[in-house]
Design a binder for this molecule. Structure first.
Ligand code: HEM
Length: 487
């Protein structure tokens, strides 16, 4: 009754619910994409639901993506939402524990190590990590077997990312205990920590100890590197951050370097490892594509498959489209939240979103909309070829794509008016996109050289999604059958 009597015509429709605080928390939490699709069918592109007592306004579709992700600094805030979760994990004075202008400068510093010359160095590092991982891993003893692939992909992601981005000193410590510390730190990245941040959760003490210990390890390495006076040629991200200066002339302090390094590894770890697990599961469900990938390498690079280089990746379009298509269906970040700082008029509608609401962007909804992607639920990497019968219709608003804007960390597309945004848009857009693409392409190419995969029961079935963690990922155990090629 209250919902009907007190309905404000200038606010978006409210999703019907029985209980005031709980609202739609359970139906949303169980399967967010399904919730968005169903509510959109009932209420349209803009609607409000109650998430743990908080009015949460969802605006799906390209216009919604643009409205939220390109919201002005005076209207929307990411830090108001995320700092309770990220500050204990990353540490003080970085990312959301500082004014947005400082984050923009930090993103610019982090991007310096993510350029073509760096990528040329990273490819052999990542390729070698992949080969040596599978040669050593006890799960892959013998000629064939079954493995719970997300676990292996999580390990491989942290080894490849730490070695390439943070240098060999840090990588070597992953064999000596830092992995366990990162595991403790990761326990702070749960939905419970996000929703109930004021509760003294039993694992928070371990999280805090891990944060301090890891930060100290990085700070010791930084001191050693400074003492040596020179870098040994490995121009990794630590080296760039250590030598960076803010616009106001202040050199980036060591604790901020350490905290940014933690943030970078944590930001990439969940999204990239979930994506690589989905790639392997999809390949197991489509052995024909795995073979096509193998043939693509033989044809483009030669029968003897020489060591992979950065330049080779451009010669492997199917290998690239595997990543694109997997992110279309399995983008690890299903919901992006923003606090509303001043009432926001939704263009072309009578709605005004008040400051008592939070905004939620769900770009995955348009990425699975038949309006833009024919046969949207079909995982078909070849759809990204222009001549495919199921090629995306209008994926990008070309004019908006060409128009660029600089929020302080380099040029990004001005419009977020696209149905395909797995890396977000606007001032909070991902800076790790090129690195993630490179890492995933090298991992996929190297694994295809080493293995043939299939589902354990030989079917084309795909495993369900686990939405219980902050980043969606495959439900475990997610077993696949592997068979070694000739090695
Ligand atoms: C931001 C996705 C990998 C670093 C974002 C955002 C998305 C995203 C959707 C926007 C979040 C928001 O607007 O609130 C992904 C996906 C990845 C990936 C799908 C892999 C497949 C990485 C990697 C790194 C990274 C490897 C680091 C090397 C960052 C950073 C931000 C960001 C620093 C900026 C946060 C902000 O400005 O608020 N990412 N990411 N990401 N990502 Fe990624």
């Amino acid at each position: 009754l209250q919902q009907i009597l007190f309905k404000n015509p200038n606010e978006p429709p409210v999703v019907f619910h029985w209980f005031p605080i709980i609202g739609s928390t359970i139906t949303y939490g169980m399967d967010p994409p399904r919730f968005f699709h169903e509510m959109r069918a009932k209420y349209g592109d803009i609607f409000t639901f109650i998430l743990l007592g908080k009015k949460t306004t969802v605006y799906v579709g390209p216009a919604g993506n643009d409205f939220i992700l390109n919201g002005k600094l005076k209207d929307v805030s990411a830090e108001d939402i995320y700092t309770v979760l990220t500050t204990p994990v990353f540490g003080k004075d970085v990312v959301y524990d500082c004014p947005n202008s400082k984050l923009m400068e930090q993103k610019k510093f982090m991007k310096v190590a993510l350029t073509t010359p760096a990528f040329q160095k990273y490819v052999p590092i990542i390729a070698d990590e992949v080969t040596s991982y599978f040669k050593k891993c006890p799960d892959f003893k013998g000629q064939s077997g079954v493995a719970n692939i997300p676990k292996n992909m999580a390990e491989l992601t942290i080894f490849t990312a730490s070695h390439s981005l943070q240098g060999k000193e840090v990588r070597s410590r992953f064999d000596e205990g830092i992995a366990a510390l990162y595991h403790d730190l990761d326990m702070g990245f749960t939905p419970v920590n996000f929703m109930l941040h004021w509760v003294p959760l039993p694992w928070n003490a371990r999280r805090d100890r891990a944060q301090r210990t890891i930060a100290n390890i990085y700070m010791d390495i930084i001191k050693e590197r400074r003492a040596k006076g020179n870098n040994d040629g490995s121009e990794d991200i630590m080296w760039h951050l250590m030598n960076a200066t803010y616009k106001n002339g202040v050199k980036v302090p060591d604790h901020e370097v350490a905290h940014m390094l933690i943030a970078l590894l944590m930001a990439g770890q969940h999204s990239s490892s979930s994506t690589s697990a989905w790639i392997m599961l999809r390949l197991a469900s489509r052995p024909d594509i795995t073979e096509a990938l193998y043939r693509e390498q033989v044809e483009a690079l030669g029968e003897d498959l020489p060591p992979l280089t950065y330049e080779d990746l451009a010669k492997l379009p199917l290998n690239q489209n595997i990543i694109k298509e997997t992110l279309r269906l399995h983008a690890p970040i299903h919901s992006i939240l923003r606090a509303v700082k001043s009432p926001m008029q939704v263009p072309g509608t009578k709605y005004v979103v008040p400051t008592s609401h939070q905004l939620l962007a769900a770009a995955g909804v348009s990425a699975t909309d038949p309006k833009y992607f024919p046969e949207p639920d079909l995982w078909e990497p070849t759809r990204w070829n222009k001549d495919s019968p199921i090629a995306p219709s209008v994926v990008q608003d070309a004019a908006a794509e060409e128009e660029k804007i600089d929020y302080g960390y380099g040029l990004v597309s001005k419009g977020a008016n696209s149905p395909y945004l797995p890396f977000g848009a606007g001032r909070h857009r991902c800076i790790g996109e090129q690195f993630a693409n490179l890492q995933l392409q090298v991992i996929t190419a190297m694994i295809v050289r080493m293995f043939k995969f299939r589902n354990v029961d030989g079917s084309n079935r795909v495993i369900g999604t686990d939405y219980a963690s902050l980043f969606s990922r495959p439900l475990e155990p997610a077993n696949i059958h592997w068979e070694k090629r000739n090695w």
